[in-house]
Design a binder for this molecule. Sequence first.
Ligand code: AHR
Length: 337
Amino acid sequence: MRRNQKFNLTLKRFMDRGPFLISYLLFLIFLISSCSAPQKPASVENDLIVVGFSQVGSESDWRNANTVSMVEAFSVENGYRLIFDDAQQKQEKQITAIRNFINQAVDYIVLAPITMEGWDTVLTEAKAAGIPVIIVDRMIDTDDPDLFTCWVGSDTRREGDIAVKWMEENLTGPLNIVHLQGNIGSSAQAGRTEGLEAGVQANPDWELVYQAPGDFVQAKGQELMEDILAKEIDFNVIYAENDNMAYGVIEALEAHDIVPGKDASIISFDAAHDALQLVLSGKINLDVECNPLHGPRVRSLIEQLERGETPEKFTYVDEVFFDATNLTEEIITSRGY
Ligand code: AHR
């Protein structure tokens, strides 16, 4: 066959099968491009700032509000991938979580420490890995302030002092005080306990008639109150170091026909929504605020670090107190927790 005839035949075959070949070519182009080009979710994923957050647990309404605040602040929409770890009230679990964050080479570690002591070794490991650590809520006790970049939380000693001042101004006569403490060794417990103990020292007619840890948990508050009632201890004030323990106390008192807020004054901390309703109904006499909405605060610290700025080493949250004289329904409904 001559060259021209051969070319014409090939062209004719191509024209006959053209539509099929074009579809085939388009399919090949699609396959090659979808294999080599990064998928959109992967590229979005790569741009995210990875934050490992070690949370204490879920012992209280405060803690749950804090978790929600952190999860909302560190969403994908805000540019973050949050690795959340619930330590179920165990420091060993928090230490393991931090080591896992280091192994995963996260960009930032955020730690809500259960207690003050015992962090130096693992934070030295984080420092050696070059990962900034932000402490939130409670404080740690360390001789080396370079082990963490910054801290944000409450001045719990100030909270205790606010409660004592209120008691001095609003309660009269000898005070027989029942003191239910939070997790022993946590800065939230230490600050509120120091405040009360200083108040007892300063007021000769105040006496601590019972003091025990209830770990910030409602069931333990109730159990301790039942124990006090069973022992027939004489009391007229209950200083519960958080709202959940106060809820437990109120349940126990009411079960024994003792009127909370009248037969005994109740002092509490956190000022969560449900507790403020109890202030309004007169069952809690004073609630000192401890604000859990730290998510946006921690995010703002990370944003400063991302911009190459040096955030304040310590940021204390402004907090107030609520009693019958200053609380309204409007305040309660406008609260974020
Ligand atoms: O560290 C903050 C304290 O921890 C809150 O007062 C308490 O409710 C929580 O469990």
